[in-house]
Structure formats: structure tokens, C-alpha cells
Design a protein around this ligand. Structure first.
Ligand code: V47
Length: 369
């Protein structure tokens, strides 16, 4: 038995720690006990045990950039600092040509992935967005296209009158390689009604990802935490994801997204502390025992917190970004123009005691640095 775990005096925590060390699944109730009772250093040790089972001493990152085609959105989520209704002077919308120009600025750079996500534009359906994907695919065939949250997919597929499965197959044909984890927010129906009332339901979010997995499109999952939810809501959210992952094995990673308070209708709540962030990363790593990776999205949480999270179960820092995303700077992230050189990411990972590994979008190693 791990000597450190042996010294836990609380009987329930000791039982849970032994279970985790033995590679057994913890229950929702045990997850709740970890959130409420476990000291942060213990969570770090336990999350580290689980992390090492998946990725040993390695921490992943990728060479990527984002495109945010529009911030015009039919929804009005209370936590969002980004969306604008059509006609608003602060709204934007790029044409296909403008988006391709962004892609072309990366022609001489070793990027392997473009991440495309934005507002749910009222006017466009699956063919408008699909033809964008095919133009990008034609211009740079090797670039992995990770695009559109389940909320955007629901809207564009429904608008064109297709069932979800058929819509996803059409988008795959156009060039969609994988789906990012956005739009999950918090699955509890009561809370969801409160923070993003009119958005696609939790069941639909889960159904879209399940269908995607069934036709060979992998995806990520997120949680928006640190607002009005309780620990029990976080566990409920993760349990729904864990159950789905048991069936499909289609999720690559889980990304806890910390609520940022600037410029939105929930600013009055403030933000949770870094202690809470680390606690949340660790419990996520332990509870989601069938998710291969846990990501700290550094443009949201900041470089230093992301580096610290590596000692709390995180094994992926996302990417180089190259100053291509605004979602989090608009919500108040201190990373106002997020960009990191490969050398800097590698330094952060090494300094934290891990081996930096550049990955592709499916976590195949590209290079060990
Ligand atoms: O769904 C919006 C969140 C998400 C705020 O899959 C906010 O690799 C905090 O999903 N405070 C979109 N969060 C971003 C996203 C994502 C990011 C990075 C990597 C991946 C991936 C996915 O951003 C939204 C919402 O949950 N969000 N506003 C805010 N004020």
C-alpha cells in the first residue's frame, strides 16, 4: 500500500483512496466525499495515480489554431461574454474567403489542427458550414478539422431538416474530423434552465455525441463550473458522461471550463479560487476513469494555473493557439492574446516534472520534445 495513503486517518477517505489505488471505480457518493472532505495534497496524489495509468510521465500538447467565424448567436446564455444578436455593432461574421485567408496564414507553420467554434448564426445551415469545411480540406488536406459544438450542430442540422445521424454523416463527408466539447455547460436540467434556458437540452447534447461516436467521429466533453452549481451537480454531470463513455469509448478528453465573470449576466457571482480549480481537476481525473485525458485549457485558466494542474491529474495542455481565440479574453481571462511557442509549453511541462509530448488531435504522439 502507498505509504502516504496509509496515513489517512478518516476511514471513509482511506477506503476510497484504497479503491482508487487498486484501479476500482468510485461511486457518485464517493466522488462527493472527495470533493467535500479530501485535502488538496491527497487529491493530487490520487489523481496522479490515475493520470499515470493513462499517460505515465507524459503531458501532451498540440500545434493548433482557432477560428471563430461569428459571434452572432440565436441564444442568450447568461454566462456568455461573447455572443451578440444580429445587427449589434459589436457583432462579427467572416465570409468563407476571410476564413480561408486565416487558414492560409498558417501555411508555413507546423499546425496539425484547426478548432472552429462560434455563435449559432441564425441564417446558416449544414451546407453553408459543410462547404466551408470542404474548402479548408481542399486547401490543406492533412489538417485535422475539429469543429462545431453540439449546440451549433443541432441548429445547422435541424435547420436543413435532417435527423442528427444523417446530418453528422453529411458533415463527415464534407470534412468534419472530430467535435469539440463545448455547449455541455451543466447537465442538471434545473440549472441549465437558469443559465442557458433556450439552448439544446442535456439529453440532446449527449445524443449528438453518442451518435457521432457511433459513426466514427470522436469528440471531447466539457463542464462549465464555478457558478451556481454544487459539487453534486458536477458529479451528476460527470456521471452522465462516464455512462456514455462506457457505451461508446468515443470521448478523447474532458475539459473543465472555469466560469469567467467579465462582461456577462452572471458577473455578480465572481470566480472560484485556484484551490477550487485544482480540486476540480483532480476529482474529474479520478471520477472519469474511462476518459483517457484531462485537459487544462490554458487560455481560459492561465499558463501558471495550467502548469500547476499537471500535478492534479491533468495530462493535456491543449495547444499553441497563436492568438486566434477571443472567447476567454472577452470573459476576462488574463491571457488577452493567447499564444505559446512550442518551446514555452515544453518548458512549462518539464518544469512541472513531466515529459512534453506533441500529439495529433487523436493523441497519437507526433514528437517527444
Ligand atoms: O460551451 C462561454 C464556455 C465553451 C464562458 O474541445 C465560458 O478541445 C467560462 O468548449 N466563462 C466553448 N466559460 C469553449 C469550448 C472548448 C474550449 C477549449 C477546448 C475545447 C475542446 C472546447 O466556453 C462554452 C462554454 O462552456 N464559456 N462563456 C465564460 N464566461
Amino acid at each position: 500500500m502507498n505509504n502516504l495513503i496509509y496515513h489517512i486517518t478518516d476511514g471513509r477517505l482511506k477506503d476510497i483512496a484504497e479503491k482508487i489505488e487498486a484501479g476500482k471505480r468510485i461511486s457518485a457518493e464517493e466522488g462527493l466525499i472527495l470533493y467535500k472532505e479530501a485535502e488538496l495534497p491527497l487529491l493530487g496524489i490520487l489523481a496522479g495515480i490515475v493520470k499515470r495509468r493513462f499517460s505515465g510521465n507524459r503531458v501532451f500538447f498540440n500545434n493548433n489554431f482557432h477560428i471563430e467565424p461569428t459571434n452572432k448567436c440565436v441564444y442568450n446564455c447568461r454566462f456568455c461574454s461573447y455572443h451578440k444578436p444580429e445587427g449589434d455593432p459589436d457583432s462579427w461574421e467572416y465570409s468563407h474567403e476571410q476564413i480561408l485567408d486565416i487558414v492560409k496564414t498558417f501555411d508555413s507553420k507546423p499546425v496539425t489542427e484547426v478548432h472552429i467554434v462560434g455563435g449559432v448564426h441564425p441564417a446558416y445551415d449544414i451546407h453553408y458550414w459543410g462547404s466551408l469545411l470542404s474548402k479548408i480540406r481542399k486547401h490543406r488536406p492533412q489538417l485535422h478539422i475539429k469543429a462545431f459544438s453540439a449546440i451549433e450542430l443541432d441548429y445547422m442540422i435541424t435547420k436543413a431538416g435532417f435527423p442528427i445521424e444523417e446530418g453528422l454523416k453529411i458533415l463527415k463527408e464534407y470534412g468534419l474530423d472530430s467535435i469539440p466539447g463545448g455547449g455541455a455547460e451543466i447537465f442538471d436540467e434545473e440549472l441549465r434552465k437558469h443559465i442557458c434556458d433556450d439552448k439544446s437540452s442535456s439529453d440532446l447534447w449527449l445524443k449528438i455525441h453518442e451518435t457521432a461516436h457511433s459513426i466514427g467521429i470522436p469528440s471531447n466533453a466539457t463542464i462549465l463550473y464555478g457558478h451556481i452549481e454544487t459539487y453534486a451537480h458536477r458529479i451528476d454531470h460527470m456521471e452522465r458522461l462516464r455512462n456514455l463513455q462506457d457505451r461508446t469509448k468515443g470521448f478523447n478528453c474532458f475539459i473543465p471550463l472555469k466560469f469567467k465573470k467579465a462582461n456577462n449576466n452572471m458577473s455578480y457571482l465572481g470566480e472560484v479560487s485556484i484551490i477550487e480549480d485544482l480540486r476540480n481537476y483532480a476529482v474529474s481525473r479520478i471520477f472519469l476513469d474511462n476518459f483517457p485525458h484531462i485537459k487544462a485549457y490554458w487560455p481560459m485558466i492561465g499558463k501558471e494555473a495550467a502548469q500547476l494542474s499537471l500535478s492534479f491529474g491533468v495530462d493535456d495542455m491543449d495547444g499553441t493557439i497563436d492568438d486566434t481565440t477571443r472567447i476567454y479574453s472577452m470573459a476576462g481571462s488574463k491571457e488577452e492574446s493567447p499564444a505559446m511557442k512550442t518551446e514555452e509549453i515544453c518548458h512549462l511541462i518539464r518544469e512541472a516534472g513531466f515529459i512534453p509530448v506533441e500529439r495529433d488531435s487523436l493523441y497519437n504522439p507526433v514528437k517527444e520534445w
